[in-house]
Design a protein around this ligand. Structure first.
Ligand code: NDP
Ligand code: MG
Length: 401
């Protein structure tokens, strides 16, 4: 595609990944133009982005917010000709529009599943940040990628690193790990802000502490997931689908500096790693331009300042969410959608002060044991498991006081 202008839709433009994506795009106006930007409710931020990037469409899921955006963009100074759409269906519309080449899937949580799938089904280049979509519906999602011939590129820094360390052109659809001479994947984890806290101290941590990640600046949901290591658990499941791996072929290694973003070990003993400053603009620029390389705005890695790299084993006793995800990764089925849905409800309850941090794992484990896992054959199976898990999680949380 080099030399031609790429039209991009950003699902979740007002979020942390969305903003980083627009930053990278703004450095390459000759390569990329913005087709559509979407958000849930944050119309003022979206208005600003529309004025800067002048997309053909802006979508707000919230109808009232869409009204406000429409009025704002049409009023007085700084008019822009962006058409404002409202509602969830419009997300799928701008993801699937035939004018679009590339879709950045950066909505948080299960809400991203349908619009991301819409992009996949129309055979686009799909940059996947929304890991929850793949965790929920992995088998059906990857089948849709195969059927449509979409190009799926990982944005999650670890998966982007693994992709870069894989043999050229490796994908879940070509060869397996073993046939490619790969012994294992080393998925690195920062350990999050509570890595060194005692079990007693973990009882009292606050949402603000959970959202203060030592190395990465991210949205609130993924920040809490990083603190509980559920994020690493979701990433384990994500890696199994992306790279056609068994969970037993993936080892989680805690690396507190977050400079090595993940590694691949080959049968000859070689270990390839991808390194860089912890800044999401690197994987975003990589996936946007792949197989070419473009400037991302990220500064050079200073090895002398970094000085040392440490590694340790994750502590599954203090961080049971990772253990739960490992169990789900080994079994498969709708349990992954259940894990994800229960976690979304529990994280929201924690962020609103309704449950303690350590209760997140209790909610997820309880719902997982209550709900039977089946092999989903159609999307409705996944959606039913997701809805049921949300009801169970909410009901269980109501028993807390
Ligand atoms: P943010 O919370 O910062 O942004 C989420 C975006 O999704 C916002 O644009 C938000 O709109 C929109 N959104 C939220 N809920 C809905 C909904 N129900 N329907 C439609 N749109 C919605 O999240 P992040 O950018 O941090 O993360 C996005 C995804 O990327 C997540 O899946 C996360 O796991 C993944 N990821 C993020 C990384 C990071 O560094 N941030 C790293 C690796 C992966 P509004 O602003 O209006 O609420
Ligand atoms: Mg990650």
């Amino acid at each position: 595609m080099a030399g031609t202008m790429q039209k991009i839709t950003i699902l979740g433009a007002t979020g942390s990944i969305g903003v980083s994506t627009l930053d990278v795009l703004s450095r390459h106006p000759e390569r990329y133009s913005v087709f559509a930007l979407t958000a849930n409710t944050q119309w003022q931020k979206l208005a600003q982005q529309c004025r800067q990037f002048n997309p053909r469409y802006a979508v707000l899921v919230d109808e009232q917010a869409a009204e406000l955006l429409r009025a704002d963009l049409g009023s007085g100074l700084n008019e822009c000709d962006t058409q404002v759409l409202a509602g969830v269906d419009a997300l799928e519309q701008v993801a699937a529009d035939e004018a679009v080449d590339t879709v950045m899937a950066a909505i948080v949580g299960a809400a991203g599943l349908l619009p991301t799938l819409a992009a996949v089904k129309t055979g686009k280049r799909v940059l996947l940040a929304n890991k929850e979509a793949l965790v929920m519906a992995g088998g059906l999602f990857m089948q849709a990628v195969r059927d449509s011939g979409a190009t799926l590129l990982p944005i999650d820094s670890e998966h982007n690193a693994i992709f870069q360390c894989m043999p050229s052109g490796y994908s879940a659809n070509t060869a397996g790990l073993v046939q490619s001479g790969i012994r294992k994947i080393l998925l690195t984890a920062s350990g999050g802000p509570f890595r060194t806290l005692s079990p007693a101290d973990l009882l009292n941590v606050t949402p603000a502490q959970a959202c203060a990640h030592p190395n990465w600046s991210m949205g609130r949901k993924i920040s809490v997931d990083s603190a509980s290591l559920m994020n690493k658990g979701l990433e384990l499941i994500e890696a199994c689908w992306l790279f056609d791996a068994q969970s037993s072929q993936i080892e989680v290694v805690v690396h507190p500096q977050s400079i090595i973003h993940s590694m691949v070990e080959y049968v000859d003993g070689s270990v390839l790693a991808q390194l860089g400053n912890p800044d999401m603009r690197t994987p975003i620029a990589h996936a946007l331009a792949w197989p070419a390389r473009i400037d991302s705005g990220v500064s050079s890695l200073d090895f002398i300042a970094a000085a040392r790299f440490d590694f340790e084993q994750p502590d599954l006793a203090r961080f049971p969410c990772l253990r739960l995800a490992q169990e789900v990764a080994a079994c498969g089925g709708t349990a992954a959608a259940v894990l994800n849905a229960a976690n979304e409800i529990a994280v929201e309850a924690f962020l609103h002060g309704r449950i303690a941090f350590v209760d997140i794992a209790r909610v997820v484990e309880t719902v997982l044991t209550q709900q039977v896992s089946i092999e989903p054959s159609v999307l409705i199976d996944v959606q039913a498991a997701d809805s049921e898990a949300r009801v169970r999680a909410k009901r269980y949380i109501q028993t807390f006081n």
